[in-house]
Design a protein around this ligand. Sequence first.
Ligand SMILES: Cc1cc2nc3c(=O)[nH]c(=O)nc-3n(C[C@H](O)[C@H](O)[C@H](O)COP(=O)(O)OP(=O)(O)OC[C@H]3O[C@@H](n4cnc5c(N)ncnc54)[C@H](O)[C@@H]3O)c2cc1C
Length: 388
Amino acid sequence: MPHRYDWVVIGGGIHGTHVGLRLLANKKVEPASLIIVDPEPKLLNNWEKQTAATKMKSLRSPLLHNIAEDPFSLKRFAGKKPKSRKGKFSYPYNRPSIDVFNSHCKFLIKESGLESLHVQEKVKFVNICKDHVDLVTVGGRIFQAKKVVLALGQSEKINIPLWAQVKSSRVMHIFSSDFNWVDIKKHSNIAVVGGGITAIQAALYAESVGAKVHLITRHPLRKHQFDSDPTWLGVNSMRRFAEQKDYCKRRWCITQSRHRGSVPPQLYTTIKFKIRHQSIHHYESPVASLHEDDNGLKIILDQLDPLKVDRLILATGFENIRPGGEMLNHLIDNFKLPVAACGFPIPDERLAWHPKIYVSGSLAELEIGPIAKNIAGARAAAKRILAR
Ligand SMILES: Cc1cc2nc3c(=O)[nH]c(=O)nc-3n(C[C@H](O)[C@H](O)[C@H](O)COP(=O)(O)OP(=O)(O)OC[C@H]3O[C@@H](n4cnc5c(N)ncnc54)[C@H](O)[C@@H]3O)c2cc1C
């Protein structure tokens, strides 16, 4: 007989961990009646791997966007005295360093006992039954749940442009599981492709270790403090968004409000300085094709001369597809769960896609709006899910 839990959270990233912490903190569930199912070896593993790969030093979001229920928890954790807070927050918006943010996460997970509720499995099927939900994992385990939260993230598929789909150890995507910086050494000649914050951080890091860096972007560098308009954190924008009943218009609004491929002003100034002083070479052109021979890679640019490099780092993000693949198709096809024309769930305002199934992250985008995938979106989603 499968064990039955009150709550099962699928996905142990920022979103799943945050909702798990809130469920426990608000005593909505006994620890024995909650699990977080995720194939990664520990909670927040994806977050740690991705942020480590980019070599980012601080978050883009402010201090109050953290995974504790109380937004001031991270501030308290960092210590009151200016000396203890030194180096932990950056101007502007008191953006936490990645170290203090991650230490705070570890502290919360340990303190709440959440790590012991992590089951290392990937969920393959979700079946809605009369009084519970059945979850079947790839490893063949079956769990039953009264309520399920889908917090699957958006990192299922890394985005590899067509021209870069070659089998070569010289071409690496920064978010691929085997990516590492070991090969990027002094005097190596590397190209970084991508125009967003990840590419800029990677280019700056490679330059700092002495590599000769060529940054290739499709568009001029774009400067934005946050990756979506901060008015989306306010009630007025959200009220107008909720009043919009046409989901195509909501999707359009999300797309328009996200500053994809943009860089915060501090990084923008640094990279522009390096480009001006030619310590990083910037090429503004789409890539036409990529060729490899014994000497290295040749990148053919649409509008500029070809470029010869030893290595190519793709910082082209993740595919912007609905997460959950077959598991979600099964729910949509067999249980008629509502989806918009863009294929994403239409949950109610409490993020219930079904009375027993809740969504967070990109799956909640059509309710939470442009901030849905971010830490602020995780906070907004958990608040609504727990408000039942
Ligand atoms: C480099 C980087 C920096 C970022 N910086 C910021 C920032 O400063 N501020 C901000 O607000 N946002 C930031 N973001 C955006 C966002 O907050 C992060 O991407 C965050 O990690 C998203 O959390 P998540 O839980 O949705 O996804 P993930 O961390 O990807 O977690 C989802 C989890 O679900 C699991 N999963 C998926 N399918 C299944 C399944 N079928 N069964 C079981 N488990 C499953 C996965 O294994 C994964 O562990 C950043 C993103 C990146 C990539």
